[in-house]
Design a protein around this ligand. Structure first.
Ligand code: PEP
Ligand code: MG
Length: 575
């Protein structure tokens, strides 16, 4: 029978193939009593299941260390190991078996419920969301106990056109799937920021999440059409629908291939205005992809990723090597290194935030200024790397001028220590600030007097302007980049910077979203920074844009406060 499911498309494109179901819910366990003299044996069974899972995680961690996976996967794995080691799961389950003579699976399931209740009481939305991770870890231990050790039964028997259908995907699953090319991912749960979405986007394959019952309704080997652009799944389509989507798929692929030709084409509008397209990176390894995209430099190196998923902190030498590598590989193209934006959802291991509102707490430059020794090491490392390329310093989350003064003071001090040590660096290194707090946008004049360049962090600017936590999917519908207040603020920043002749870029997600390209060009933006995979699509928009036509329409959109009118004008602009 053919039917259609709707979800949230999180990664564009069309895939056609056979459904491959991830394991059915292993959490349904039976309850039985064991004889008193079997208690030890039952506990030993539980212990060996924990050991099997720990070993699996160890093997996966190894593959992270070998560089097969990116930083975020390693963080997810660490979290799963932490859950596995939680005494509520391990010790309390053992006690329950000993005291109530129940089977190990049952005891583990009860303790899982206990842990989930504890998570529910946590005020931090991010941690609360990690309940799914608890279930995934327990599921894995249960599989090991039920005689199915080893993860991911799907991984071994996959064919070339397999589409993964899962209730939810754990980070560990995702890591293995990363090495086994699925053509699409579908999940019942998830949101724009879920693990599935992250990996699907980084793999550049279609993905639809929040399908609710797909895992129940779709059967193994069902024919599926996945439209990742529109969030639609067609199960067992008839011949005509299949033909239609095959056509759309080849058109989509053709468009993608055509875009490759733009790699070495200069990003210039039809009226001859050159636009700088930069790349966002998290680790030096990302440079390979940057080269593929033909980016004109690095607009945002999120240096905090060097600090995550590890027990120690990277020292000056290690950081210097990372920054130098990027500077050298970019051959004198600009490399904008953002000082670590730690805190909120990117905390150092062992110092996870307990603040009530972590996004409003000790984060980014606020954190750096309270850790002068750590900050000093990073500044020295960046300054030393400045000898090897066009390195620039970018300071995140500035909210007042005093923070700029203090930061400049620390930079000057780091420079002095290098002079004293007779170590060379670029004395004239450019220092920029991220404009991502409304207060900074509203006091821009005083910021511009002290900074060489600005970079607009629209991800946070939206979060802080609209008071919508960017990682809380309960309010995700309110996270609206098209909100008139956002468009007005972004336009105000760009136009003020242009008037003052201070270079300004956008490095938040807005810069890589082609829906915004013309609008941003029309309000005067000439520097965009985005993930390398988005760069050619944006370049394509730029090449087809004529500024004299765009500017009046863009200005009109900025002054429009009615959503319907704005949508109509935007459609006209992007036509
Ligand atoms: C932003 O806030 O837009 C930004 C680019 O920084 P991050 O996403 O790392 O907070
Ligand atoms: Mg930010």
């Amino acid at each position: 029978m053919s039917f259609i499911l709707h979800g949230i498309g999180v990664s564009e494109g069309i895939a056609i193939g056979h459904a491959h179901l991830a394991d059915p819910a292993a959490l349904e366990v039976v309850h039985y009593l064991i004889p008193k003299n079997q208690v030890e044996k039952e506990i030993a069974r539980l212990n060996s299941a924990f050991a099997v899972v720990r070993k699996e995680f160890g093997a996966l961690q190894q593959s992270v260390a070998d560089g097969h996976a990116r930083a975020e996967f390693s963080a997810f794995l660490d979290l799963h190991l932490m859950i596995l080691d939680d005494p509520v799961l391990s010790e309390a389950t053992r006690s329950m078996i000993a005291q109530t003579y129940c089977n190990a699976e049952w005891a583990l399931k009860q303790q899982m419920q206990e842990l989930l209740t504890q998570f529910e009481a946590i005020e931090d939305a991010y941690l609360r969301e990690r309940k799914a991770d608890v279930k995934q870890v327990v599921e894995r231990v249960l599989k090991a106990m039920l005689g199915h050790p080893g993860l991911l039964p799907v991984a071994t028997k996959m064919s070339g056109d397999s589409i993964l259908v899962a209730h939810d995907l754990s980070p560990a699953d995702v890591m293995q799937y990363k090495q086994n090319q699925f053509t699409a991912f579908l999940t019942d749960l998830g949101s724009q920021t879920s693990h599935t979405a992250i990996v699907a986007r980084s793999l550049n394959i279609p993905s639809v999440v929040a399908l609710h019952h797909a895992h129940q309704l779709i059967l193994e080997n069902d024919w599926l059409i996945v439209d990742g652009t529109h969030g639609i799944i067609i199960v067992n389509p008839d011949k005509y629908v299949l033909d239609e989507y095959r056509l759309r798929q080849s058109q989509f692929e053709l468009e993608r291939k055509k875009l490759q030709r733009l790699k070495s084409v200069a990003a210039v509008t039809l009226d001859g205005t050159p636009i700088d397209l930069y790349a966002n990176i998290e680790l030096p390894e990302d440079i390979a992809q940057v080269k593929e995209s033909g980016a004109a430099g690095i607009g945002l190196f999120r240096s905090e990723f060097l600090f995550l998923n590890r027990d120690d902190l990277p020292g000056e030498e290690e950081q210097f090597e990372a920054y130098r590598t990027v500077a050298v590989k970019m051959h004198k193209l600009p490399v904008t290194i953002r000082t670590f934006d730690l805190g909120a959802d990117k905390s150092l291991k062992g110092s996870e935030q307990v603040a009530t509102n972590p996004a409003l707490g000790l984060r980014a430059i606020r954190f750096s200024l309270t850790e002068p020794k750590m900050f000093h090491k990073q500044l020295r490392a960046i300054l030393r790397a400045s000898r090897y390329g066009e390195v620039r310093i970018l300071v995140p989350m500035l909210s007042n001028v005093m923070e700029i003064d203090q930061t400049l003071h620390y930079i000057e001090y780091a420079k002095q220590t290098l002079r004293d040590d007779k170590i060379q660096f670029n004395e004239h290194i450019k220092i920029g600030g991220m404009i991502e707090i409304p207060a900074a946008a509203l006091c821009l004049e005083s910021f511009m007097r002290k900074l060489d360049f600005l970079s607009i962090g629209t991800n946070d600017l939206i979060q802080y302007t609209l008071a919508v936590d960017r990682i809380d999917d309960a309010v995700a519908h309110l996270y609206d980049p098209f909100h008139p207040a956002i468009l007005w603020l972004v336009s105000h920043i760009i136009q003020s910077a242009n008037r003052a002749k201070v270079p300004v870029s956008i490095c938040g997600e807005m810069a890589g979203d082609k829906q915004f390209t013309r609008l941003l060009l029309g309000i005067g933006l000439q520097q965009f920074s985005m993930y390398p995979s988005q760069l050619l699509t944006v370049k394509n928009q730029i090449l087809k844009s004529h500024l004299p036509d765009i500017i009046p329409l863009a200005q009109k959109i900025i002054r429009t406060y009615q959503p319907e009118k704005m949508a109509a004008l935007l459609a006209k602009l992007n036509d």
